[in-house]
Design a binder for this molecule. Structure first.
Ligand SMILES: *Cc1c(COP(=O)(O)O)cnc(C)c1O
Length: 402
C-alpha cells in the first residue's frame, strides 16, 4: 500500500475539508485502483518468523491482526482525522462503542464525570447506569449553561461529556466556554459531534480534547451500516484509547469502513443540501405547529450561538404538538412520504416520537427533566425535494387536526 507517487504529507494535510472528504487517507495497492480497496482479511502473513517477531515488537512497520489494524479501516481513520483537524482517529463498530471506549479508557473508580442532561438515550445510560456501576460518580447538568459545568466540578472531576446540538431537544452547548472551563482544570472534554459532523462543526477548534462519532448517521449518510469514531491527540489515542480498544475489541469491520469511506465522499454536499432543506421545512412548520426547536431558525433560543459554531444547521430538528402522544402518533401515521423511523443522518426523511422510541428506556421523570415531552417529534430532513416534504407534512398535519 502506498500513497500517490510523490504525494507529500505536508501538502495533502493542507487540503480543505471537502477535498479531504474525497481523498484524505487514500492509499493504493500495487494495482493502482482509483476507488479505495476493500481488504476483507482478519490476519496478515509474514515472510519470515523474525518479521512476525519484529512486527509484534513494534520494530517493523506492518499489520498483525485486524482487531488492531486493517488497510481499509486505516484509510477511514486517516480521512476522519484529516476532516476533523485531529492528530489521530480510531474507528469503532458503532457510535456507542466509540462513546463507551472514549469514556472507559480514561476513567476509573473514584473519578467523576459531568455530562449533558439532554443526550442520546444510550449516552445517558452510560452516564446514569454504567459508569456509577464501576464506582465512577456522575453529575448531569443543563449543558446550555456553561456555569452549570463549573458548579458541578469536584477535585476528582476527570471528564466533561456532552453533545451539541443534543438529541433530540436541540440544546446547544457553548463549546468555547465549556472547553475553557475544562482546560483550566485539566479536565478532558469528550464531545459527541454526531449531529453536525466535521463538515459543519469542528469542536477541537474551540478547545475540545476528544471528539467522538456515530458514523452511522451523516458520515455513512445513506442508512446502511453502523460505525463509530474517536478523534484526539496522537498521544491520547496511542496511550489512553488504544490499550483499551486493542484488548477489548470494539473494532469496525473493513466492509463497514469501506461503506463509510464512500459516504464521506458526498458528506459535504449532502449535509449542506439537507441543512438548507431542513431550514425550508422548519420555516413551513413554524407557521403550523405550536413549538419548534430548530438551531437554524431565529426562534431557537440559542440560534446565534449555534450559527457561530456551526457552518449550517444540520438536517435534524424537533417540534412539538399540544395533543401529547396521541396527536404525535396520529401525525406520524398520516405521513405518506416521510418514513416513521428512529434513524437520523439518512438521505431519506425520517420522523420519530422520541418518548416512545429512542428515549423510551429513560424514565418519564428524566425525559421531563431533559425536555422531551409526550408531544415531541424529531425530524431528519433528507435529500428529497423539500417541497414534497412540505406537502407531505401539510397533509399529515391536517389529518392529525393541526
Ligand atoms: C446515534 C447516536 C449515537 C449512537 O450511535 P450508534 O452508531 O447508533 O451506536 C450516539 N450519540 C448520538 C448523538 C447519536 O445520534
Amino acid at each position: 500500500m502506498k500513497r500517490k507517487t510523490g504525494q507529500d504529507r505536508s501538502i495533502t494535510s493542507q487540503w480543505r475539508p471537502a477535498t479531504q472528504a474525497v481523498r484524505g487517507g487514500t492509499a493504493r495497492s500495487e494495482w493502482g485502483e482509483t476507488s479505495e480497496a476493500l481488504f476483507l482479511t482478519s490476519g496478515y502473513s509474514y515472510d519470515r518468523a523474525a518479521d512476525a517477531a519484529a512486527r509484534f515488537a513494534g520494530e517493523q512497520e506492518g499489520m498483525t491482526y485486524s482487531r488492531l489494524q486493517n488497510p481499509t479501516v486505516e484509510m477511514l481513520e486517516q480521512r476522519i482525522a484529516l476532516l476533523e483537524g485531529a492528530e489521530s482517529c480510531r474507528t469503532m463498530a458503532s457510535g456507542m462503542a466509540a462513546m463507551t471506549a472514549a469514556l472507559l479508557c480514561q476513567l476509573q473508580a473514584g473519578d467523576h464525570l459531568v455530562g449533558g442532561r439532554a443526550a442520546f438515550g444510550s449516552c445517558r445510560w452510560l452516564t446514569d447506569t454504567l459508569l456509577p456501576k464501576f464506582g465512577i460518580a456522575t453529575t448531569v447538568v443543563d449543558a446550555r449553561d456553561p456555569q452549570a459545568f463549573l458548579d458541578a466540578v469536584r477535585p476528582e472531576t476527570k471528564v466533561f461529556f456532552f453533545e451539541t446540538p443534543a438529541n433530540p431537544t436541540m440544546d446547544v452547548v457553548d463549546l468555547a466556554a465549556v472547553c475553557a472551563i475544562a482546560r483550566e482544570r485539566g479536565i478532558t472534554t469528550v464531545v459527541d459531534n454526531a449531529f453536525a459532523t466535521p463538515a459543519l462543526q469542528r469542536p477541537m477548534e474551540y478547545g475540545a480534547d476528544v471528539v467522538a462519532y456515530s458514523a452511522t448517521k451523516m458520515m455513512d449518510g445513506q442508512g446502511r451500516v453502523l460505525a463509530g469514531a474517536v478523534c484526539g491527540t496522537r498521544d491520547w489515542i496511542d496511550n489512553t484509547l488504544l490499550p483499551f480498544t486493542r484488548n477489548t475489541g470494539p473494532t469496525l469491520s473493513p466492509f463497514n469502513a469501506w461503506v463509510v469511506l464512500k459516504g464521506l465522499e458526498t458528506l459535504d454536499l449532502r449535509i449542506r443540501r439537507q441543512s438548507e432543506s431542513s431550514v425550508a421545512v422548519g420555516r413551513f412548520l413554524e407557521g403550523r405547529v405550536p413549538h419548534i426547536l430548530h438551531p437554524g431558525l431565529p426562534s431557537h433560543p440559542q440560534h446565534a450561538l449555534a450559527m457561530r459554531q456551526m457552518a449550517a444547521a444540520g438536517p435534524i430538528f424537533a417540534l412539538a404538538v399540544d395533543g401529547g402522544r396521541e396527536q404525535a402518533h396520529a401525525l406520524l401515521d398520516a405521513l405518506e412520504l416521510i418514513d416513521i423511523s428512529n434513524n437520523i443522518g439518512d438521505s431519506r426523511s425520517l420522523m420519530t416520537h422520541p418518548a416512545s422510541t429512542t428515549h423510551a428506556g429513560v424514565t418519564a421523570e428524566k425525559r421531563e427533566e431533559m425536555g422531551i415531552g409526550e408531544g415531541m417529534l424529531r425530524l431528519n430532513v433528507g435529500l428529497e425535494d423539500p417541497q414534497d416534504l412540505i406537502e407531505d407534512l401539510d397533509q399529515a398535519l391536517t389529518r392529525a387536526g393541526l
